[in-house]
Design a protein around this ligand. Structure first.
Ligand code: DAK
Length: 259
């Protein structure tokens, strides 16, 4: 992790890989090189055995106020098709380790879509979520209409997407879009505490539970249950299953190694 990045800050704190969006002058508006940096480093964390959990947040007064409007304003449909930039973004969905998002201030448009790529979301009291694309004459294109609808249901998602209104942190919590609202000054501390807590669990269990929960969103119940069962069996091939159950019988804490 010795490389420097232009639009993000990256660190490893214990078992947690931390990515902070850092383009504060434009409220962390996401341009194309920033997407490349985010996806590259998250994939590196995914391959790094030292990292158990990934935390994603933003510096300054926003998580991210959307995709960079300056970059998009004059784009043509054909340019966008040829750029094929969503392919890179879509790779976030293949990340195996849990991603915990910490949102302060604005999470709008592409910024909200990035937050929705996280598995767990903590938000500060001042967080505001929304899809203002409609007021720009476009619509979400990086998963917004799909992921928000799966989280809050058709009627509510339709309302937020058609109005472009901003949802407070409490509303987002109420609709099941986020996991927890915390005081702004405690956001990173609480997020890191949660990340460290799950980071102590057996890494293969974390991985296969994440994968199975994602399948629950997409699969019919029977197929989802079959998928879950295979992952359940698979864990019995791990050393950590033997260690976890042995530790229980020996009344000691397990020492998980991710194998
Ligand atoms: N793009 C570019 N610059 C932005 C920006 C954005 N999305 N959001 C804010 N800024 C800039 C402002 O222009 C301003 O720059 P200066 O004027 O100082 O040079 C600076 O950040 C501070 O913003 P404001 O002065 O506007 O600050 P306020 O507190 O008054 O207002 C605001 C904050 C967040 C309400 C406002 O800035 C705002 O409405 N921002 C735009 C929000 C928005 O419409 N976002 C959605 C964009 S559409 C993709 C993935 C996703 C997408 C596309 C592609 N790929 C993977 C390819 C998604 C599309 C979108 O997100």
């Amino acid at each position: 992790m010795s490389r420097t990045y232009e639009y993000i800050e990256v660190s490893i704190e214990g078992a947690i890989g931390v990515v902070m969006l850092n383009r504060q002058k434009v409220l962390n508006a996401i341009n194309r090189p920033m997407v490349t940096e985010i996806v590259t480093v998250i994939e590196e964390f995914d391959r790094d055995d030292e990292v158990k959990v990934i935390v994603l947040s933003g510096k300054g007064r926003a998580f991210a106020a959307g995709a960079d409007i300056d970059e998009m304003a004059e784009a043509t449909a054909i340019e966008l098709e040829l750029l094929n930039q969503f392919t890179e973004w879509d790779r976030l969905a293949w990340v195996k380790k849990p991603i915990v998002g910490a949102v302060q201030g604005f999470a709008l448009g592409g910024g909200f879509e990035l937050a929705l790529c996280c598995d767990i979301l903590f938000a500060a009291h001042d967080a505001e979520f929304g899809f203002p694309e409609i007021s720009l004459g476009v619509m979400p294109g990086a998963g917004g209409t799909q992921r928000l609808t799966k989280l809050m249901g058709k009627s509510k998602a339709m309302e937020w997407l058609l109005t472009g209104d901003r949802m407070s942190a409490d509303e987002a919590l109420h609709h099941g879009v986020i996991n927890r609202v915390v005081a702004k000054e405690l956001l990173m501390e609480e997020t890191m505490k949660f990340a460290r807590k799950i980071g102590k669990q057996a890494p293969l269990s974390l991985r296969l539970i994440k994968e199975s929960v994602h399948k629950a969103v997409d699969y019919p119940i029977y197929e989802g249950m079959q998928f879950e069962r295979k992952n359940f069996y698979l864990l019995f091939a791990s050393k950590d299953q033997k260690e976890g159950m042995r530790a229980f019988k020996e009344k000691r804490k397990p020492n998980f190694e991710g194998e």
